[in-house]
Design a protein around this ligand. Structure first.
Ligand SMILES: *[C@@H]1O[C@H](CO)[C@@H](O)[C@H](O)[C@H]1NC(C)=O
Ligand SMILES: *[C@@H]1O[C@H](CO)[C@@H](O)[C@H](O)[C@H]1NC(C)=O
Ligand SMILES: *[C@@H]1O[C@H](CO)[C@@H](O)[C@H](O)[C@H]1NC(C)=O
Ligand SMILES: *[C@@H]1O[C@H](CO)[C@@H](O)[C@H](O)[C@H]1NC(C)=O
Length: 246
């Protein structure tokens, strides 16, 4: 009977310290790499509290560097500001510590750095997540011109890419000659890229291919190839062949 008060003291202090460590500290865990998505898809920017506290009573704000005001504000148990209906959080998952942002029908203009800011009492934590929106552009086409010193200048160009694709040139032997080329890009009015790669070649090498492909790993996305050929007499152009490789 004498030991009874001591036991209650120990149990109480245990709960007390547990309460404090949960209330005082948490961090937000996001991905270490940028999130890659494709136009029109729905994408989640994953952000989780660690430990997985119940965030229903916290304030959660998501914002981008592009917009001064937040894209979403959750406070007082509800979403109070949502500048774009396509952007939302999973309210039913807050109790499991998820503060992830869902972006529906992704657009190129959604690309950028997103910051998730969580406030609980005195504590404020944030995490940044980069969103990249890929667009596979048009097939390249090759055009031919001559330089002042009588060399052949091949220009491989395509429209509506984002971000800049990888461009690979090969000669008739299949050797990679990309290092001899120069690439330029221009932004169009939709925020997509016109891509142009130029290579100067000697007459004795007369078949070239130009390949454009996304730098993002997505195996089922095709690469785009264009072949330029010139007949042996050097006068007649073989039609340029373009195809999509899967
Ligand atoms: C939270 O919501 C309740 C009920 O809607 C309201 O009475 C209270 O003032 C709100 N608190 C804040 C800080 O907005
Ligand atoms: C909500 O949005 C309005 C208009 O964009 C802005 O004035 C207000 O400050 C925002 N509220 C919060 C809590 O961010
Ligand atoms: C969230 O937590 C509840 C119980 O607290 C559980 O039933 C549910 O499966 C959890 N959801 C996820 C996605 O982990
Ligand atoms: C992009 O390329 C298309 C087709 O070649 C052309 O019509 C357009 O003007 C170009 N836009 C820019 C910004 O260079």
């Amino acid at each position: 009977m004498i030991s009874h008060p001591r036991w209650s003291f120990i149990i109480l202090s245990f709960f007390h310290s547990t309460y404090f460590s949960w209330g005082e500290t948490f961090s937000i865990v996001g991905p270490s790499h940028s999130i890659i998505s494709y136009v029109g898809e729905d994408v989640m920017l994953p952000a989780f509290l660690s430990p997985a506290l119940n965030a229903e009573g916290f304030q959660v704000r998501w914002f981008t560097a592009k917009f001064g005001s937040p894209v979403l504000v959750y406070t007082n148990y509800s979403i109070v500001n949502q500048t774009d209906r396509r952007m939302s959080i999973f309210q039913e998952e807050l109790k499991n510590g998820s503060v992830s942002l869902l972006v529906q029908s992704v657009r190129v203009s959604d690309e950028g750095i997103y910051t998730c800011h969580v406030v609980s009492g005195e504590l404020q934590k944030e995490v940044q997540i980069a969103l990249s929106v890929e667009v596979l552009g048009t097939q390249p086409s090759i055009s031919v011109s001559s330089t002042d010193d009588q060399q052949t200048r091949l220009e491989c160009s395509a429209e509506k890419w984002n971000p800049q694709p990888e461009v690979i040139w090969r000669d008739m032997n299949g050797a990679d000659v990309t290092l001899q080329s120069t690439i330029t890009t221009e932004l169009d009015t939709e925020g997509l890229l016109n891509v142009s790669s130029v290579i100067t070649v000697k007459k004795d090498h007369n078949v070239f291919t130009c390949l454009m492909r996304s730098k993002a790993p997505k195996p089922d996305w095709p690469s785009r190839l264009c072949v330029y050929g010139e007949c042996e007499n050097g006068l007649t152009f073989v039609p340029v062949i373009c195809k999509i490789l899967s």
